[in-house]
Structures are given as C-alpha cells and as structure tokens.
Design a protein around this ligand. Structure first.
Ligand SMILES: [Zn+2]
Length: 231
C-alpha cells in the first residue's frame, strides 16, 4: 500500500512554543514592571538592578514551584487512575473487554469489529489500551513534574534577563524610557512569533500583548512614583 504523505499539523509542536512564549512574556513583563516601579521611585541604578535580579530569581522559583505542584498533582491523579485500572483488569478481564468494546462502539465502530479491535489491543497491552482509550492518558502526555518545573523557571528567567540587560547597558537618565520601549518591543515580537507559528493573525496578537504590557508597566511605575514620594 503506498504511503500517503502525512499532513503537517501544527498543534503538536505548538504546546512548547506557546508555553515558552507565555513564560518569557511573564518574565519580561514582571521584571520590566519591577524595574520601572523602583526607577520611578528614584531608586539608584544599583537599587534597580538588585530589585530586578531578585525579581528574576523570585519569579523563576515561583514559576517552578507552581508548575511542579500542578504537574505533580496531575501525575498523582493519573497514577491513581492507572492503579485502579490495573486492579480492575486483574479482577474482571471479561468486563474490561466489554468496556473497551463499548468505547469503540460509542465512537462509531461496528460491534463485531469493535470486539476484535478490543481483543487484539488488549492481547498486546491491556493497560496501555485502557489508559489511552478509556482514561485519555497517552505516553507522551504522562506528566514529568521536575522537567516541567525546570523548563518553566528557565522560560521566565530568559524573559526576565532582557529588561535586566537593558538596565545595565543604558545611562541611568534614560532608563525608564529605554526599559519600557524595549520591553514593549520584545513583547510585541514574541506575540507576533507565537501568532505566526500558530497560523493566527499577527497584528491583533501583537497589539493585545503590547496593550497589556503597557498597562502593567504604567500601573507599576505610577505606584512606584507615588510610594517613592511618601516613604
Ligand atoms: Zn478499563
């Protein structure tokens, strides 16, 4: 049988790109806002840099902790499901065959064929077949909390490094303008990149992320200036 070339689906690779862009966005936006807030309160460049570096570390650790807890609880739930399924498979093989058959019938397969498919899949890997078609757990989706936590921290740190680099390079007098302008530019670029990769319209995505970025930085700078005046 001649092999047809497979369609190029984008959703498969999009997950990591989306996560990378969102993580970097968080890093850019929260660190740039922090830098602007301290700078607007008339912090010296070293004050601003200390706050920015602390913000990078705190943000990266918070992302890692949040990701670890979230992925781990998902992984616990999957393990519990698989354990239950394993017990059921031992206790009632016939019932589990019927269950899998019913799942395929519900998806539109003829009962006789569905029974054959269930029998053949279960002969090869009963737990795998039930995990995939009954529980919706596939091998590639199985949760890896440590990797997820490290990746999440790294994405945030990469984003946060951008406004920090700008802060250390520009003269103190133009710090606020330079950090806000370059950060909005980075945000717009990342928004456009993510939209392009996903086949979505580029302009609305870039405008959306730039608007929220400007809002976050503006609010933090105002609060910084106000708080800097009263303390
Ligand atoms: Zn089952």
């Amino acid at each position: 049988m001649p092999m047809r070339p497979r369609e190029r689906h984008r959703t498969g690779h999009l997950g990591w790109l989306r996560a990378a862009v969102l993580g970097a966005n968080d890093g850019i936006l929260s660190t740039a806002s922090l830098i602007l807030g301290v700078a607007a309160a008339h912090g010296s460049r070293s004050n601003v840099l200390v706050a920015g570096v602390a913000g990078l570390v705190a943000g990266a650790m918070a992302m890692a902790a949040g990701e670890y807890v979230s992925v781990h609880s998902q992984s616990d739930a999957e393990h519990a499901d698989l354990e239950l399924e394993r017990t059921e498979l031992k206790a009632d093989v016939k019932g589990e065959h019927d269950e899998l058959t019913a799942i395929y019938v519900a998806r539109g397969v003829e009962p006789a064929v569905a029974k054959q498919v269930a029998d053949q899949l279960m002969a090869r890997d009963a737990l795998g077949a039930h995990a995939r078609d009954e529980l919706g757990i596939s091998k590639t989706l199985r949760a890896r909390p440590i990797q997820a936590a490290c990746a999440s921290a790294a994405r945030f740190a990469v984003g946060a490094a951008a406004p920090l680099c700008v802060t250390s390079l520009v003269p103190a007098t133009s710090l606020i303008v330079a950090v806000s302008a370059t950060s909005l530019m980075f945000l717009a670029l990342l928004g456009a990149l993510a939209a392009r990769a996903g086949g979505a319209p580029i302009m609305p995505a870039a405008i959306r992320v730039t608007f929220w970025g400007a809002l976050a930085m503006g609010v933090t700078a105002c609060v910084g200036a106000w708080f800097g005046a009263i303390v």
